[in-house]
Structure formats: structure tokens, C-alpha cells
Design a protein around this ligand. Structure first.
Ligand SMILES: [Zn+2]
Length: 498
């Protein structure tokens, strides 16, 4: 037989696409041709494969060899095709049976002596693979794979051949468990700020984006860090997707089921925030997938960067265009921002006087564009806690277990969290009392709200109703939700008002 096919993968971003490595041997002067849009590293695999076969005393054909990497229009990068090309050449010569190759997918770089070297994008391959993957044993990701994603590992080309000839089986990766119980959030670490804590609860339960505005040192960052502790643990698929994103960003990979928390500095570049570069890597918004993206000092982040968040927030993914192809990364994160009320930070402080002019304050507050603010459901003005505020003793709030139950109820009821509901969704209409409906339309007309702001008000009231264990949204729930609208300040808000 002078023709063979071998399964492999090409990875772009975190998307692995199946590639068929076709090998054809034909009579003629010895020549090795590689087609199918290979990049420089892939083209060089001809030399590695030739040396690996010859040094291991395996036959290398003295004929015309044509290798096609299909589909032909997909750009191929990396050294992961060395192993499938070597096996394809052996199968085309009849050294290996074609039927023995079919149940497997092969990826790995070969050294000149036939050792298998690690490659990039392994987790993306494991995410989609329906067949058994054979990978390099030295692959760092293979040291701690979760239970459901095992694969076979080999350190030498000859070991793979021995496995295919059923002479000696390859070992499987050791399965690890990634489930760790999370402790309840420690709300006592933040003094006072009951309104802020309540907003965190709403955000954790209903998935609403949140903005804290307050003077320096009032506890904005501490509160923001607590949000991730309020979120339920990730399931196995989400854990694996988050690990794949970290691997694509070339960060250390772990399979923790704790939701990610990303807090980039306000000087971050556009590519760092939304993704990009060469090769394309996921940005902070994708590294925060299924977790929390905390933007501290949000007014200091350049407006261009902030505005690029609008679409990923809405669509839960980002498309990055590159010559000839697109790369997509998931971006289902919960946004939490913190900012000072003015450049000096003290315009709302009860004792420290503000040094800013009214114009400077106005300019500072308009640094975040209206459309981005419109996508944030909860806006909370925090005041500096008094010097002698005692640590609260009634930090009831909700346990992780309760939050998890309330999120599961929403998923069961409407297939998504409350913040994703459209104002016209029948579930919202059915669960709103007629008085609350009238109140909402009055607010819409009098306050000239945008439809999105009205939606935030309605869905926040729904989350408040869920927390109160009430089947219907009442006037009281709408009144409470009004406290978190963007134009409301809570100079005198106390825990008793909720
Ligand atoms: Zn000021």
C-alpha cells in the first residue's frame, strides 16, 4: 500500500480542528513534499521525521513522498504533526496497518533521535477529542489531568509503534480529582458597608455586573475580592475550559474548580484586556471566564479599552480577526468595577474636603462611556466607615450553598441567570404583580430610562424577590432595586433601609 491517513489536530486559540495527515508514495526521484498551508515550523518537520526514522532503523522510502494536511485552507502551525507524519510514512510502506492507526489521534514533536517533545494546545485537543489521544509523556499538562480527560502517553516513537503493533501497551495518564469544597465568604473582614455586601449577594445570585463608587480606603477592593468567594464551584467542563484558556495564555495550568478572579492593572493594553498578539492569546476577559473580572480604578483605564468590553459583555465571547481566519474565546465573566467619586477621591467623604473643581469632577465621572455604564446593573455608592464602627455581628447574608441553590432555581426556571433576561421575557411578565408593572412604567416615563436600564431594574428586583423567597416581584422589590440605579446616591443609606 502506498497511501495512508493518520488523525491529528491543529489548534488555533482554544479551538482544535481535526486534521487528516495523508501520505502518498509514488515512483520517481526521492523528494519529500509537504502541502496543506504549513507554516515554517511544520515545513521543517520533514527533516525531523527523516532523521527520527533513520536513527531508529526504521525504513525511509527512497521515492517521491507527498504529505497533505487536510483541510488544505486551514493554516497549520507548531511541531505537533511530526508524529502523525512519521507514522503515515510507515503505514504507507506497510510497516504499520492502516486499521491499527484509525482508533487514535496522534500529536507530538519528534527530536532527531525519535524522542517525543511537548507541544502547545494539548488541552484544546482533549476538550474536543472523541478518539484516544497519544501525546508526549513529557507534556506538563498530562501530569494532572482530571478523571474524564485521560489519554495515552509515550516518550519515544518506537513506543508508539510497539503499541500500534500490540507488542507493548502505552500507559494512561494518572487521573486527578479537581473538586475542592470552598469555604463560605468571610464578610466580617470588611467593616460596615452593609449595602455593598448586599449588592455583592445580588450580584452573586443573579449574575449582575456591579460598580462601587467611594473614597479611598472605604473597602471597595476588599468587597470586590469577596465576590469570587460567593460564586459556586465550577463543574468539570468549565474547570477544563478555564485551564485550557490559561494554557493558551501561557500561564501555569491547574485544574482548580475555584472560579477565576482577574484584576488587571489600569494601565493594561487593549490586547492584554480583550486578547490578541502573535500568536493570538486570550486576554483578561477570557481568563476571567466563569469567574470575576475586577477593574479597580476603572476611570483610569483608557476609554478605548473600556469600550471594547461592551460586545464581550453582551455576547459572552470575543472574535479576534487574523489574516484569513478568526479566533474565538469565551468571555462569560462577571464584571465588578471600583472607582473614586472624583480625581482626589474625597468628594463624598464626610470629613476630608475635596480639592477638585466641579468641572474636574464632571470630567472624571464621564470617563466611563454611557453605553458601558448601561451594561452595569448595580451601582453602589459607599461611604467611608466611621472610625469606631464595630465589626458587624449580624453578617448573615447567604451561604455558598444557598447561593448555589438560588442560581440553580433560575437555571431551571428560565435556562439562564436573572441578569440575562430580556425585559420582554414572559417569565418576567408572569412573575411581576400588576402594581409593580404600573410602577415600572411610571419610572420608565418619569426618569427617561433606557430600555437596558429598565431591564436592569426589573431583573434586579427579580433577584431580590428570589432572595426573599417570594414568587412575585412586588412594589417593595422594585423600590429596593431602585437603590442600585446609576443616578442614585446613598449618602445616608444604612443596612436598615434594605
Ligand atoms: Zn475631589
Amino acid at each position: 500500500m502506498s497511501f495512508s491517513t493518520v488523525n491529528s489536530y491543529s489548534v488555533s486559540g482554544i479551538t482544535a480542528t481535526h486534521v487528516t495527515v495523508e501520505t502518498h508514495l509514488s515512483p520517481g526521484l526521492p523528494k519529500f513534499t509537504l502541502v496543506g498551508l504549513p507554516e515554517a515550523v511544520v515545513k521543517e518537520s520533514k527533516e525531523r521525521v527523516r532523521s527520527a526514522l533513520i536513527t531508529n532503523q526504521l525504513p525511509f522510502p527512497k521515492q517521491r513522498i507527498t504529505i497533505n494536511l487536510a483541510p488544505a485552507d486551514l493554516p497549520k502551525q507548531g511541531g505537533c504533526f511530526d508524529l502523525p507524519i512519521a507514522l503515515g510514512i510507515l503505514a504507507a510502506q506497510g510497516v504499520l496497518k492502516q486499521s491499527d492507526l484509525h482508533p487514535f489521534v496522534f500529536c507530538g514533536e519528534l527530536s532527531l533521535s525519535g524522542q517525543l517533545r511537548p507541544i502547545t494546545g494539548v488541552l484544546a485537543m482533549l476538550l474536543v477529542s472523541q478518539k484516544t489521544l497519544i501525546l508526549p509523556a513529557s507534556q506538563p499538562e498530562c501530569q494532572a489531568l482530571p478523571h474524564a480527560k485521560s489519554c495515552l502517553i509515550a516518550s519515544q516513537l518506537l513506543e508508539v509503534i510497539a503499541h500500534l503493533k500490540q507488542q507493548k501497551c502505552l500507559p494512561k495518564t494518572q487521573a486527578h480529582t479537581c473538586e475542592q469544597p470552598l469555604p463560605d465568604p468571610d464578610f466580617k473582614s470588611v467593616i460596615g458597608q452593609s449595602l455593598g455586601k448586599y449588592a455583592l449577594m445580588l450580584s452573586a445570585v443573579g449574575g449582575h455586573a456591579l460598580r462601587f463608587i467611594g473614597p479611598p480606603g472605604c473597602g471597595k477592593s476588599l468587597l470586590a475580592h469577596l465576590l469570587v468567594d460567593c460564586l459556586p464551584t465550577l463543574n468539570e467542563t468549565d474547570t477544563f475550559t478555564c485551564a485550557t484558556l490559561r494554557a493558551a495564555a501561557q500561564l501555569p495550568v491547574n485544574f482548580s474548580n475555584r472560579p477565576p478572579f482577574r484584576a488587571p492593572h489600569h494601565s493594561i493594553s487593549q490586547a492584554g484586556l480583550i486578547g490578541g498578539g502573535t500568536p493570538v492569546r486570550p486576554g483578561e476577559i477570557s481568563l476571567a471566564h466563569k469567574g470575576v473580572l475586577f477593574l479597580d480604578e476603572v476611570a483610569e483605564i483608557p476609554r478605548k479599552q473600556l469600550d471594547s468590553l461592551r460586545e464581550p459583555i453582551e455576547q459572552s465571547y470575543i472574535h479576534i480577526a487574523r489574516a484569513g481566519h478568526h479566533i474565538q474565546f469565551p468571555t462569560e465573566f462577571q464584571l465588578i468595577c471600583a472607582m473614586n467619586p472624583c480625581p482626589c477621591g474625597y468628594s463624598t467623604h464626610p470629613h476630608i474636603s475635596c480639592q477638585c473643581t466641579p468641572h474636574a469632577i464632571q470630567m472624571y465621572q464621564t470617563r466611563i462611556s454611557g453605553p458601558l455604564l448601561d451594561r452595569i446593573g448595580l451601582h453602589v455608592h459607599l461611604n467611608a466607615p466611621a472610625h469606631n464602627t464595630p465589626p458587624s455581628t449580624d453578617e448573615i447574608l447567604l451561604s455558598i450553598k444557598h447561593i448555589q441553590t438560588l442560581r440553580a432555581v433560575q437555571q431551571q426556571r428560565q435556562g439562564c441567570l436573572n441578569h440575562q433576561l430580556n425585559t420582554a421575557h414572559p417569565i418576567l411578565k408572569q412573575n411581576t404583580s400588576s402594581k409593580a408593572h404600573t410602577m415600572l412604567s411610571n419610572i420608565y416615563q418619569k426618569q427617561h430610562l433606557s430600555m437596558r436600564a429598565l431591564g436592569h431594574l426589573h431583573t434586579t428586583a427579580f433577584t431580590i424577590a428570589d432572595i426573599s423567597d417570594s414568587p412575585h416581584i412586588s412594589v417593595q422589590h422594585i423600590e429596593q432595586a431602585l437603590m442600585f440605579q446609576k443616578n442614585i446616591t446613598h449618602k445616608h443609606a444604612t443596612p436598615h433601609t434594605i
